[in-house]
Design a protein around this ligand. Structure first.
Ligand SMILES: [Mg+2]
Length: 115
């Protein structure tokens, strides 16, 4: 795993273990938490329109907390399942590159099953 992510994970595990919270952080609870935090991020767009002006600084700051929450739970989940998230992401990008050849999809947004 990348050095910064590894350091972040170690900090998270220390934080968790000091509080004896590992037993609550089951894969199920972590999956729920990732989804809930992603919904909190989405909530910032509730009742907004596609053509609205740029997001305010305050809004971006509030959203950064949700981004942090998502990353935290995602790292805990990956650790719990023994997944290296950076390696998994690189693997996934390679799969997507094969599914979406540039010459076929450039500038298009359809799912790979539609090509
Ligand atoms: Mg949150």
């Amino acid at each position: 795993m990348e050095k910064d992510l590894q350091k972040l994970l170690e900090r998270l595990l220390t934080f968790r273990d000091e509080r004896d919270w590992a037993r609550f952080q089951t894969p199920r609870n972590l999956a729920l938490s990732i989804s809930l935090e992603a919904a909190e991020l989405l909530e910032h767009f509730q009742w907004t329109r596609e053509d609205e002006p740029q997001l305010s600084r305050d809004k971006v700051e509030a959203m950064s907390e949700e981004v942090a929450d998502i990353l935290i739970y995602l790292l805990l989940m990956a650790d719990r399942l023994g997944i290296d998230p950076v390696e998994a992401a690189f693997d996934k990008i390679e799969k997507n590159a094969a599914r979406y050849p540039v010459e076929l999809v450039r500038g298009k947004s359809k799912k790979y099953t539609k090509y």
